[in-house]
Design a protein around this ligand. Structure first.
Ligand code: XUL
Ligand code: CO
Length: 437
């Protein structure tokens, strides 16, 4: 069988002293962190769209990532060959999972029936390769944004036929995800949003989006797909106002529309920062709502205001992410999917390896640092101490609901003034975290 990365051997863990650029320095799949192997803790996933379909185009320039194996056509042969490329890459990297949009793996044809037939053909090969390599599908999703039919959105389009097309496409994508043993199904808003309220009925669009998710869930149940549904927040791009703006907006949508427990969140770093939040904020908000399902690992650029989808190498960022993930003992059926792309100037196939190795190592370091911080209890002890006034007395009565406004007034009239405040010690805590890096 043809080899597409002949110069690359299986990537091994060689430890922090290794100088080999094609080895892990920190990601050791067998190493245990807080009771889980790194393999199970991260559940790393390679995304099909950036890694095997990325071409390096930008608004000013054409493709730079011209791959020797890809003839650039939308033929079935090309798509089938790409499956071999993908599984060779993921196997050599040693990632246990991958993810796709339907249109990443299989080209679109002029009718839905023909498109579905091609998708089945590719899915059959993916299934064989999964069985052969042991690589599993973390999640599937449908591309409801590239085709011009989705110019006004998909589930939130003003055109009912477009809603119907999107429904048919998602029905099929869920079925293929199920057939391939996928553990989750993702909804990212794509063009679900709007540019101008002058021509938009926001109420109807939001109701249609909720209807769409319920229909997806009903269909999943009917075919026995028990994977987790995930909603992926993003504030803008391609539309100005995306309906899935951030974790808070998505949680509100889920709660208001009876989707609690049915849909959790897939949180992406670059989307968090575009929304004006830190990744840690988004993760913690999802976690405390029991809705942190999975993450899209990447990073943006502080100086650029768009979704640059770079590979994450920042140890502070990885540590903050891992502080939250360790608090909920990992991601359950979710995983750490590299929704990240190499820069268009990094056009050699080997750059794809460097990128993923760096991301996996950054997360592994972050996990080790976060585990050390947690083992010493420095943050948890400080936070517990900071809120101790709610552990007994009037604070406990506030929390257990037994204190009324009248009780609180009586308490304060008697006392005259509140107890003095204590320093938040932010600078000291930031210094303390630095001691672990
Ligand atoms: C877009 C994005 C998507 C989703 C899947 O910014 O993140 O690739 O992850 O549709
Ligand atoms: Co994403």
């Amino acid at each position: 069988m043809a080899e597409y990365f002949p110069e690359i051997q299986q990537i091994q863990y060689e430890g922090p002293q290794s100088k080999n650029p094609l080895a892990f320095k920190h990601y050791n799949p067998e190493e245990v962190v807080e009771g889980q192997t790194m393999r199970d803790l991260f559940r790393f996933s390679v995304c099909y769209w950036h890694t095997f379909r990325g071409t390096g185009t930008d608004p000013f320039g054409s493709a730079t990532l011209v791959r020797p194996w890809d003839d650039g056509s939308d033929s079935v042969e090309n798509a089938l060959k790409r499956v071999d490329v993908a599984f060779e890459f993921i196997s050599k990297l040693g990632a246990p999972f991958y993810c796709w949009h339907d249109r990443d793996i299989a080209p679109e044809r002029s009718t839905l029936r023909e498109t579905n037939a091609v998708l089945d053909q590719i899915a059959a090969k993916l299934k064989d390769k999964q069985a052969e390599t042991g690589i599993k599908l973390l999640w599937g999703t449908a591309n409801l944004f590239s085709n011009p039919r989705f110019m006004h959105g998909a589930a939130t389009s003003c055109n009912a036929d477009v809603f119907a097309f999107a429904a048919a496409q998602v029905k099929k994508a869920i079925e293929v995800t199920h057939e391939l043993g996928g553990e989750n199904y993702v909804f990212w808003g794509g063009r679900e949003g709007y540019h101008n309220l002058y021509n938009t009925n926001m109420q109807r669009e939001l109701d249609h989006l909720a209807r769409f998710m319920h229909l997806a869930h009903d269909h999943a149940k009917s075919i026995g797909f028990t994977g987790q549904f995930l909603f992926e927040p993003k504030p803008k791009e391609p539309t100005k106002h995306q309906y899935d703006f951030d974790a808070a907006t998505c949680l509100n949508f889920i709660g208001r529309n009876g989707l609690d427990g049915i849909v959790k969140l897939n949180i992406e770093t670059n989307h968090a920062t575009l929304a004006g939040h830190t990744m840690m904020h988004e993760l913690e908000l999802a976690r405390i709502h029991n809705a942190l399902g999975s993450i899209d690992a990447n990073t943006g650029d502080l100086l650029l205001g768009w979704d640059t989808d770079q590979f994450p190498t920042d140890i502070y960022l990885a540590t903050q992410i891992m502080l939250v993930l360790l608090e909920q003992q990992g991601l359950g059926s979710g995983g750490t999917n590299f929704d990240a792309k190499v820069r268009r100037e990094s056009f050699d196939p080997v750059d794809l390896f460097h990128a993923h190795i760096g991301g996996m190592d950054a997360f592994a370091r972050g996990a080790k640092i976060a585990a050390a911080i947690r083992a010493d209890g420095v943050l948890s002890d400080f936070v517990a101490q900071r809120y101790r006034s709610f552990d007994s007395g009037i604070g406990a009565k506030i929390e257990d609901g037994s204190a009324t406004f009248a009780d609180l007034e009586a308490y304060m009239l008697e006392k005259g003034e509140s107890a003095p405040n204590e320093s938040g010690r932010q600078e000291w805590i930031e210094n303390l975290i630095n001691q672990y890096l």
